[in-house]
Every structure is written in C-alpha cells, then in structure tokens.
Design a protein around this ligand. Structure first.
Ligand SMILES: O=C(O)c1ccccc1N[C@@H]1O[C@H](COP(=O)(O)O)[C@@H](O)[C@H]1O
Length: 222
C-alpha cells in the first residue's frame, strides 16, 4: 500500500507546488515561533490555498493556547492539528471538542520508555506520529533532522496507525518503510539545503526514493 507522504515546514509556493505535483498527501505548516520554518497564520493560509482539497493541510503546534488555535484554525482552516508538544490526553480531548478537527499526536522517542505514554492516548488521538527526541540544547521539539531507533516501534500494538518522522531523507526512507509499520512518512530537514530552506530538487529525490521503495510490491501485484 502506498504510504501517506507529508512534507512539513513549507514556506514557499514553489515547494508546495512541487510537493503537490509529486503526490504529497499532507502538507505541514509550522506555528512554533523559534523555528526557521515558522510562518504567520495568514501567510500559511495563502500558501495552503493550492493544496486545499488535494492534500490534507496540517497545522503543527506545540503546547498551543486556545488563542493560538483560534487564530490558526480560523485563518488556515487546517484539516488536521499536529500536536508536537507535551499535550496531555485531557488537553487533546479539549482541543478536539473545541475545534472538531482530527488530531495527530506526536511522541518524541529515544528509548522504549518514551513509547509507554502512547497507551493513554489510544481512542483519543486520531493518529500518532513518532519523531526523534530533540538533542540536548536544541530549541526545536521537532525538525532537527535526526532519527531514532525504529526497532523500538516493534513494541507498539499492531493496530496503531502511525506516521514516522525524524531525519528521514532520500537515502533512508526505503529502509524506514521496510522496517516499520508506518502508514505514513513525514519529512522536513531531509528536503532542505539549510534549516527552513526547501529544495524542489530534494523534494523530487525524496519522492523518487519512495516510489522506488514501493515499486517491487506494485510489480508483484501485492
Ligand atoms: O520543523 C520544525 O521546525 C518543527 C518545529 C516545532 C515542532 C515540530 C517541527 N517539525 C516536525 O519535525 C518532524 C520532521 O523533522 P525532520 O526535520 O524531518 O527530522 C516533522 O514531524 C515536523 O512536523
């Protein structure tokens, strides 16, 4: 089955256009001010217009206040809220009740212990996203371009629907798909020439690598 592909941290019409042309199923906008990928909600709303109805528009937020979400939801009108902070299960439920949007809850992983928190969100979050834990000293909870030990995901209940992120790029995405049960992959730094600067050539290469990884299954009809 073809994986969902989310290109995150988009800031230019060119990068969005290329992601859509190549078949991105999700496009992500970062609302974390310290990030080099931060966009103002009104700017994101304009950038996202070509994606509406073609790919899911994802608002990435970190421990958001209701005021933050009011502004982002009213301007961007996202399809999904990606909660990339330490939001509790109760906070996730409140956000879902207030905005009526599906929530993708992020878990930052370094050790098996980091996955123990997942259980409390089953039946609450609509989808899970597993990302690498930020390295010491990083100001960013995500978008650090580093991977984690994917074998840890083997501990998860097989019915959990998740996306995988953290340091994915054209060289490791085939391995990531082959060695996890991720039904979606999410990339940001891996298609950038420097933090916050997306490259259309690298977006192409990333999609090429995913298509190549998918090819043997398609060819055998399985
Ligand atoms: O990308 C950011 O700057 C960011 C900031 C705050 C929260 C999440 C952020 N990005 C998320 O990180 C992963 C991808 O990271 P990588 O660069 O490919 O390793 C993805 O989930 C983004 O949504």
């Amino acid at each position: 089955m073809k994986p969902d592909i989310k290109i995150c941290g988009l800031k230019t019409p060119e990068a969005i256009d290329r992601a859509l042309k190549r078949g991105a199923t999700h496009v992500g906008f970062i609302f974390f001010e310290k990030s080099p990928r931060y966009v103002e909600p009104d700017v994101a709303a304009k950038l996202a217009e070509p994606a509406r109805g073609k790919a899911k528009i994802v608002a990435v937020v970190v421990d958001p206040t209701n005021d933050d979400l009011d502004e982002i939801v009213s301007l961007l009108k996202p399809d999904i809220l990606q909660l990339h902070g330490n939001e509790s299960p109760e906070h996730v439920l409140t956000i879902k009740a207030l905005y009526g949007l599906p929530v993708m809850k992020v878990f930052s992983v370094r050790t098996a212990d980091d996955l123990r928190r997942v259980e409390a969100y089953i039946g609450i979050a609509d989808r899970f996203l597993f990302d690498a834990k930020a390295p010491k000293g990083s100001e960013l909870p995500g978008g650090n371009g580093i991977s984690f030990d994917w074998s840890l995901l083997g501990w998860l209940d097989g019915s959990i629907d998740y996306m995988l992120s953290g340091g994915l790029n054209k060289s490791n995405v085939a391995d990531a798909l082959a060695n996890t049960r991720a039904r979606g992959i999410d990339v940001s730094s891996g298609v950038e020439t420097e933090p916050g600067v997306k490259s259309v050539a690298m977006i192409d290469e990333f999609f090429d690598a995913v298509e190549k990884a998918d090819a043997p299954l398609t060819a055998s009809g399985s």
